[in-house]
Design a protein. Structure first.
Length: 192
């Protein structure tokens, strides 16, 4: 019986599954595109056409395994609750993955920065738009950097501590940093 050549989604699924299996077997430090290609029974060229490096390949494999944060944006009826809900979900996602993988990706941050940093600003923007509709924040004072801040601070905490982020830290990020900043930007003090 002749085998059919895999294409499109079937091929991509096979590669991402092979990448995950390879990660389980050898860890991120030893994971190579060659080994993933061999495991997926395809060529390295096929992998490199889709992902320019192993970090981007593994981010794709991670995304295949989890529901994106944007798929279920918290809506508690208040800005604080929504931000905490988002950070708790994001922190929980980091717990789903092996520390070796996360630390390896962080070490290769220049190669994947846009993949990691640029993926969830729409989620925070949705939360901020809802808060603006309730009169909790003025969007005119919210820059893209400010909108990225909650998740950037969570990523920074993970990168620095290499540990599970305690809920108290998430509360501190929201209550002591993000909410005061948003309040100051929504109600600027007159200059003297």
């Amino acid at each position: 019986m002749a085998s059919t050549r895999r294409r499109g989604a079937a091929l991509e699924d096979a590669i991402l599954a092979a990448a995950w299996d390879e990660l389980d077997d050898v860890g991120y430090a030893e994971l190579t595109m060659e080994a993933v290609a061999a495991r997926a029974r395809t060529s390295k060229a096929v992998l490199y056409r889709r992902w320019p490096n192993r970090a981007r390949l593994m981010i794709a494999a991670m995304r295949q395994r989890v529901t994106p944060l944007s798929a279920d944006v918290p809506d508690t009826g208040e800005l604080r609750g929504d931000l905490l809900g988002l950070l708790r979900r994001a922190a929980g996602r980091y717990r789903e993955f092996d520390a070796d993988l996360l630390h390896g990706l962080l070490a290769e941050l220049p190669d994947v920065q846009s993949e990691i940093v640029g993926t969830n600003p729409d989620t925070v923007a949705t939360i901020l738009r809802r808060a603006a509709g309730r009169g909790e924040v003025d969007l005119a004072g919210v820059t893209p950097r400010i909108a990225r801040l909650p998740l950037d601070l969570l990523r920074h905490e993970i990168a620095v501590t290499h540990a599970v982020v305690p809920d108290a830290v998430l509360v501190e990020i929201v209550d002591d940093i993000v909410l005061p900043l948003l309040a100051a930007r929504s109600h600027p003090q007159p200059s003297t």
